[in-house]
Design a protein around this ligand. Sequence first.
Ligand code: ADP
Ligand code: ASP
Ligand code: MG
Length: 461
Amino acid sequence: MKFGGTSVGDQDCIGRVVKILNHYHTVGNELCVVVSAMAGVTDQLHAIAAEIEGASDEPPIDTFITSMRTRHGKVLQAVAPGEYDAVMEIIDERLCNLENILTAVYNLRELTPRSRDYIISFGERLSALIVSAALREVGVSSMALNGCEAGIRTTDRHGCAEVLPESRTHIQSRIIPLLGESVPVVMGYMGCTGNGIVTTLGRSGSDYSAAIVGTAIDADEIWIWTDVDGVMTADPRLIEDARVLSAVSYHEAMELSFFGAKVLHPRSIEPAMQKGILVRVKNTFNPEAAGSCVMDTSTRDHRVVKAITYIDKVSLINITGSQMIGRPGVARAIFSALGEYEVNIMMISQGSSEANISLIVDDEHLASALAALNEVMQRGSIQEVGHDRNVVAVAVVGVGMAGTPGISGRIFTALGREGINLMMISQGSSEVNVSFVVKQADGQRAVRVLHDEFGLAEETE
Ligand code: ADP
Ligand code: ASP
Ligand code: MG
């Protein structure tokens, strides 16, 4: 069971989490828990790290450490008064390590990817101690483990490390002996390299940690506890009548998360899918609600389109050049240069004239992508590279779309009727999604129009 940042955001939330865990433990389940940092803490760690790297005056490191101590101490006191002194001692030790690394970064004015990962892992290092103490307070034996102690071994790609296959046996040997009597609490979001250097798994990475741990221990189910009733037909913050989907397939969930449905991390589905483990998404604030099941397609409903997602932190890159026509090596030159710069490409489309290739990359990768393409341009393979940050990618997702004619027609007719101009279109060969790019200003309206067009707010399951 994984609990996200909002689910462990304050003492009342942690109280709810303990109640849920105590219940499922008491009725005889073996449980392993993965927790995120308390809501907002990871953002604050990122912000302070960036601030001190460029600080000209003495940065507010003391104030920062004190505010972290106050917030976590207050919650600990409320949920585990009997453990307060012992656990606060560990928290103080951790905060002392954090203060030291922040001071070192300030003195050197140098924030390496390694030191950043170490710093931003502190949210989980603190929250897991508190959740584990709160479980002991109600009589459930528990210990907190950091990602490394839990056996999560990763590549050294700091900031978005990938979990290595060897983690499986490490996790099994660390976690399985603890199950049953006790309920271990693993710090999400972090792992370590073979040399024990701390890495992080990318924003929202605790879902990925949960999937890895759950798969390694051959869990019957992986439960993602969050702040909404399940995977919905659209982001409820955007579409007020979005509806909970009781079942989605692994492929649908992957497409949805890849195209911005924040409720699941894009990498969190694949491990579970490989093993056929059911992933359940449930609401910590409404535990009675059934939630959503992510599983094989066998139980798919008759709906063709299931959900619409939207991702706004993306940029469109247009590559043009008449030299590209009929020259087989050009695409290779473009994509290998982008690969060398570690650019993650979200969408690709090529005009039939071959004189134009359009790409969508996330904003974070735009600068590297332009640098890579500049190299290709200097070698003369392409002529011009333009980009536009004011765009969003929208994806229409549903396994039933494969083999149902006319879906794309409906999508583009509906958008056309509303005067929404399409800048790029792409359809995966799996036909689980049709995605397109529009101006930022049209993004939310496009989601709304399609949510209505396919009647997603209506209960038909
Ligand atoms: P956690 O802290 O529990 O990991 P997140 O904030 O990462 O929670 O993810 C939950 C949020 O994802 C929801 O509050 C919701 O606004 C957003 N979200 C976006 N798209 C969807 C969707 N299709 N279904 C459900 N939630 C979605
Ligand atoms: N705390 C991390 C983040 O905010 C990981 C997570 O919440 O899943 O990105
Ligand atoms: Mg999340």
